[in-house]
Ligand binder design. Sequence first.
Ligand SMILES: Cc1ncc(C[n+]2csc(CCOP(=O)(O)OP(=O)(O)O)c2C)c(N)n1
Ligand SMILES: [Mg+2]
Length: 804
Amino acid sequence: MGIDRLRALSELERKVLWLSTWMIHSANHLRPNADGLKVGGHQASSASMATIMTALYLAVLRPEDRVAVKPHASPVFHAIQYLLGRQTREKLVNFRGLGGAQSYPSRTKDGDSVDFSTGSVGLGVAQTLFSSLAQDYVRAHGLGEGPEGRMVALLGDAEMDEGNIFEALAEGWKHGLRNTWWVVDYNRQSLDAVVREGLWSRLEATFRNFGWDVVVLRHGGLQRAAFAEPGGDRLRAWIEACPNQLYSALTFQGGAAWRKRLTDELGDQGDVSALLSRRTDDELAALMGNLGGHDLPALLEAFEAARAHSRPTCFIAYTIKGSGLPLAGHKDNHAGLLTPAQMEGFRAAMGVREGREWEPFEGLDLPEAALRAFLAAVPFARPATRRHATPAIPVPDALTVPAQPAMSTQQGFGLLMHEIAKLDTEMARRIVTTSPDVTVSTNLGAWVNRRGLHAREEMADLFRKERIPSTFHWQASPRGQHLELGIAEMNLFLMLSALGLSHSLHGARLLPVGTLYDPFIERGLDALNHACYQDARFLVVATPSGVTLAPEGGAHQSIKTPLIGLSQDGLASFEPAFVDELAVILRFALAHMQRHGVPAPDDLLRDAAGGAAYLRLSTRAVEQPGRRMDAALEGDILAGGYWMRRPGPNAEAVVAYAGAVAPEAIAATGLLAEDRRDVGLLAVTSADRLHAGWTAAQRRREAGDPGAASPGAASPGAMSHVERLLAPLPRHCGLVTVLDGHPATLAWLGAVEGHRTRALGVERFGQTGTIAELYRLNGIDAEGIAAAAQAVAPGRPVRHLRRA
Ligand SMILES: Cc1ncc(C[n+]2csc(CCOP(=O)(O)OP(=O)(O)O)c2C)c(N)n1
Ligand SMILES: [Mg+2]
């Protein structure tokens, strides 16, 4: 048979440590540096995890497992993938360069071995928990195939300071979490500091309280053997009582310092003195550094034992930050780099010859052929689909628009979802809704009544059983399609991110729809950003929004979410005013989240690539337009806007509005039209898409695209939608933009064709009141809009103007 597994792993572990250290060194010291900026990379944080990750990737993990790697251990990850033939040398040489291996593992930019993008500490950790829940959801619905995978997070000990991890722990407990491993690189150092004494015994208790197994890997084999020697129990007691700071400091100082300290504190105890003097300084340093997280056999044994069950398990692996490097243990080592002289010493110690630094088997004590054979047989690298290509679920050409004379977009959303809930289609079955304790108040109640709550076990709605009247039936079963979450909005976005990657990670396409209050998007914003960064596919629907939620007051009013929608990459954002627009947009979103194509040059919005979507809705009932939908209008709504009242050739003023202020914009246009010619009213359904198209068209023209010319003269295909809308306006026409949100969202419209513009919106924390009062206060009522028009397009004063 092949070579001894442990020997091969320990040789490869050395190589992993070498390559990760060298990769960072090379990027910082050898690659030409045009900016004079430190390139960076974390040699100490990487070294800390070299053994753990070698054990996992080269022995323990199976192809069905999915992993979130501690962001600053990225070089270790790349080194391992390189050894497995899943990463190129060129990308390693270009670590942290354009197109090179990424600073932090990235799903979209590194190869398919990255399951979760990490970078913002805490998020990757929690995401594995939600991915495990997503995997259970998929299985409960009879989807997905092959063995269930473990969802594994490799985390730094200080990552536990991120509150979102605790929020996730609570949610996992509620949903009967399984198949989740968190492996803590317990080096007792963060970026700035040494971790507070005793913190982890509290965290350990927290894990156990939430039903996790906790496996502590404290001592390595060398230490355990020493403890068995006479006097060993004293040494063990000393090590276990040693404060984190002191252990780190002595580690940094090395064998002589260890000997002095141990001799001072334990040395007069006969046996212990003998135990110490049997070892050279180097051997003593090796002994004291031999913690559980650097001990391959201990790690392998612990991981393999946990494979036998599905209980969530937290491994606390004691490590030394910078283990094996001259920066080991130093409290300032987080961003520390080996000096060129230290690197020379390390190279010699690793037996790596000059010029052969990137060679995968250089300096190892086993024959290359044997190591190659070992790597070829690594279970993680078995041919298997790590990223599934899941076909899209058909979406109908149109959704049934509820017919009511006056509705809010929130109400319309609830009705549309109710209509979908009645369908017996694959799309209806694949939709999974989730909400952080605002299911009812965001109008998902009717959907949940029909489709049920999801839980691993049947759970009756006791109110229903007791015949207590209630509008809502909260019957839970494995077949249910709504995942009810606690209030934490971070969890909502992590859940959407997990569900929204299910097509790729678990081989089952889901259509996740999450609802929350618009202002609380900001509470989960980093998780939303991260979900988009790793190209998760979902729809988030937010109500109520803006000052339009009037009596709820300033604490619940969202001002800047439209700017989030405008600026968030990977998220197509809409703010419709009417329910027929919403129906078109909802249908689009369900299709958009399933697209994975390559955009053609004239696909300015890059729709072929697909993405997530965000709908900012309102609770304000507004009068609905009559039946009016056709293909052209649909196209305009999706491109971001349409003329609700087309301006004539001599237009003096145009009002452009988004969302719930539609009635005010319509009324203002009416006022203006009394005294002005050709007034126009532009309905903006997506500031985001109008803006994205505009900048993309400009960039195309600037890049000298032969099909593109200046907006005025260009072939229409080269123009963006907003340019086509605004180009016909005469130059002197004034523009007033208005929305219930930050005015900057639409202010840029004036820059498209150079029209003088006044941007209205909300800039200050709000008040409680009626809609009319609050709109007046913010100057976004009809009179405010008309007054603004008067300022940018002076003509005869408007007669009915209250404040002109
Ligand atoms: C949300 C967030 N805040 C801050 C940082 C900057 N940062 C990166 S690593 C780190 C310290 C991490 O310490 P630990 O988790 O113990 O990792 P290790 O000791 O293994 O380097 C910090 C503060 C970050 N990446 N993400
Ligand atoms: Mg740490």
